[in-house]
Design a protein around this ligand. Structure first.
Ligand SMILES: [Zn+2]
Length: 464
C-alpha cells in the first residue's frame, strides 16, 4: 500500500509538537513513552524513563562535546525534577577529540568498502588519506618476529578475542607498536567476542617518542576477509581516510546530586556512573544504564518516606572513556573530605542480571558487605567477592574510601560495548529494574548501618 502524504494540517501539528518537545527537552517526562511494567517490586519506571530520556533526547555524549554539555543540562534538570535536595556541577578539564568523516576501502586485489570506526584520541590521515599494502598479524609477538615487513605498510592486528582485559591491549597500544616498525597506519579487529558487522571504537594511546599514526577498528568480518586474502598471498591494499583531530583541552563537568541524610548528613555514601560516552550509538549500556540505576536508586531511597541516615550522593562523572578525568577531578576536589565518604559504589558493566558486588578492600570489608547483600538474594545480588570497583570511583581509594562495584551477568556486554548497536532496544527493562533494586538495597544498608566499612589507610611513607 502506498503511503498517503501527511495532510498540511497534520504536518503543522507535527512541527508545533516537535518545537514544544525541543523546548522542554529535559522536563518532557510527562510526554515520554510509558515505561514497561516490569513486575519488579519497588519499580515505578523511573530508571527506564530516565535511560530512555538520556538515550533518545541526548544520545551519544563524548566528553568536551556540545552533546556532553546537553547531557549535563539534562542530568541537572532530571535530578531537580526528581526532588534531589541539592544539585550542582563541578568543573573538569578534558582532552577533546572529534571523529569527523572517515572511511576505509580495500582497493586490491578486490575492491570493497570496509566497515570501520576510528579509535578515540587517534590522529587523522590528512586530506589525501593513506593507501598501503596490509600486513596482517595475530599478536604483538608475531609483529616482533616479522617486524622488518611492517615498514611503509598498514599493520592489521587480527587478534583473537581473549577476554576484554587481554584483547584491549591491541586497541590501546597497537598503533605505537606498529609505528615502532615503520608502519603508516594501524587497523585492529574490533574488540568483541561476537559480531553482526558492528565496528567497536574505544580509546587508544600514543607512546612517547614514536610517530603518531592513525588507528581504526574494522569489523570482525572485514578483518577476517583481509586476513584470508593475505593468507592466499594476494597482498591486500587498503585506503584509509580519517578526519579525526585532537583539539586540546576543553571545559566539561561532573554532575553531582544529594539526598540529604536524616541522622548523619555529613557522612556520604556515593553512587557513581559515567555520563560521557562514545559518539556512536546512544550508549545505553555503557554507561547510560549505570547513570539511570544510580539516579533511580537514590530517588527510591527518598521516595520510601524514610530518609537514609547518611547522605546518598549520586556523581555522574565525565570523561571516563578518554582516561577517567572526571573520577580523578572528583577525588582532587574532595581530598579534604575523604573521611566523610564512607563508601562509593559504581555501576559500569551494563544493565544485565545482577549477581552481587565486588569490594576493593580487605576480607573484613568483604564479609561486612556480604552480610548487607544477603537480603538481596531475591533479586540475585547476594554474591560478594573481593575485586575491583569501577574506573570512576577507584581514585577515591587513594583517600581510603571503601569502593565497590555492581557485578552483573556479563555474557553479552561486549557485543554492544562502544559500538553503534548500544541502544535502548538492547536493554531489558526487567533486568534494569532488578539492578536498581540491588543498588538501592545495598545503598540503604551502607547509609543506615551504624558501623561504617573498614577504611584502607592511605599509603604512608615507610619509617626510616
Ligand atoms: Zn563505561
Amino acid at each position: 500500500m502506498a503511503l498517503s502524504p501527511t495532510p498540511a494540517r497534520g504536518r503543522r501539528l507535527l512541527v508545533v509538537t516537535t518545537l514544544l518537545m525541543m523546548g522542554v527537552t529535559n522536563g518532557a517526562q510527562a510526554q515520554a513513552p510509558a515505561a514497561p511494567v516490569t513486575g519488579v517490586p519497588g519499580d515505578d519506571g523511573f530508571a527506564w524513563r530516565t535511560l530512555s530520556g538520556l538515550c533518545d533526547l541526548v544520545g551519544g555524549r563524548p566528553a568536551g562535546s556540545p552533546q556532553m554539555k546537553k547531557a549535563a543540562e539534562w542530568a541537572v534538570a532530571t535530578f531537580k525534577e526528581a526532588g534531589f535536595d541539592s544539585v550542582w556541577t563541578e568543573p573538569v578539564t578534558v582532552p577533546v577529540w572529534t571523529r569527523g568523516r572517515e572511511w576505509a576501502r580495500c582497493t586490491a586485489p578486490v575492491e570493497f568498502d570496509l566497515t570501520m570506526l576510528g579509535l578515540g584520541l587517534s590522529d587523522g590521515t590528512g586530506p589525501d588519506g593513506i593507501e598501503a599494502e596490509v600486513m596482517v598479524v595475530t599478536s604483538f609477538d608475531e609483529l616482533e618476529k616479522r617486524g622488518g615487513e611492517a615498514n611503509g605498510r598498514i599493520v592489521l592486528f587480527n587478534m583473537p578475542w581473549e577476554g576484554y582485559g587481554r584483547t584491549v591491549a591491541y586497541r590501546s597500544k597497537g598503533a605505537s607498536e606498529a609505528a615502532k616498525h615503520g608502519a603508516v597506519a594501524c587497523l585492529i579487529r574490533s574488540v568483541t567476542p561476537n559480531s553482526l558487522a558492528t565496528p567497536h571504537t574505544g580509546m587508544m594511546r600514543y607512546a612517547d617518542g614514536v610517530p603518531h599514526i592513525p588507528a581504526a577498528a574494522l569489523t570482525v568480518e572485514d578483518a577476517g576477509r583481509l586476513a584470508r586474502l593475505a593468507e592466499r598471498g594476494l597482498k591486500p591494499r587498503v585506503k584509509l581516510y580519517m578526519e579525526a583531530r585532537n583539539l586540546g583541552d576543553g571545559p566539561c563537568a561532573n554532575v553531582v546530586a544529594d539526598i540529604r541524610g536524616a541522622k548523619w548528613p555529613e557522612q556520604i555514601v556515593l553512587l557513581g556512573a559515567h555520563l560521557d560516552s562514545w559518539d556512536v550509538g546512544t550508549c545505553a549500556h555503557d554507561d547510560g544504564a549505570g547513570c539511570a540505576m544510580m539516579m533511580a536508586a537514590a530517588q527510591m531511597l527518598k521516595a520510601d518516606g524514610q530518609r537514609p541516615a547518611r547522605t546518598v550522593r549520586v556523581v555522574l562523572y565525565t570523561a571516563e572513556e578518554i582516561g577517567v578525568y572526571g573520577g580523578r577531578a572528583y577525588r582532587d576536589a574532595h581530598r579534604d573530605e575523604g573521611d566523610r565518604h564512607v563508601a562509593a559504589l559504581e555501576s559500569d558493566s551494563g544493565a544485565f542480571a545482577p549477581r552481587g558486588f565486588s569490594v576493593e578492600g580487605d576480607s573484613l570489608a568483604v564479609l561486612r558487605v556480604r552480610a548487607m547483600a544477603a537480603p538481596l538474594a531475591w533479586v540475585g545480588a547476594d554474591s560478594v567477592t573481593a575485586g575491583g570497583s569501577g574506573a570512576d570511583v577507584h581514585p577515591l581509594t587513594d583517600l581510603g574510601v571503601p569502593c565497590l562495584g555492581l557485578r552483573v551477568e556479563g555474557g553479552t556486554y561486549f557485543h554492544y560495548h562502544h559500538s553503534p548497536a548500544d541502544n535502548l532496544d538492547k536493554v531489558d527493562p526487567v533486568l534494569l529494574a532488578k539492578d536498581v533494586a540491588a543498588v538501592a538495597g545495598l545503598a540503604r544498608a551502607l547509609a543506615n548501618d551504624p558501623e561504617t566499612l573498614p577504611r584502607k589507610l592511605p599509603a604512608q611513607p615507610a619509617p626510616r
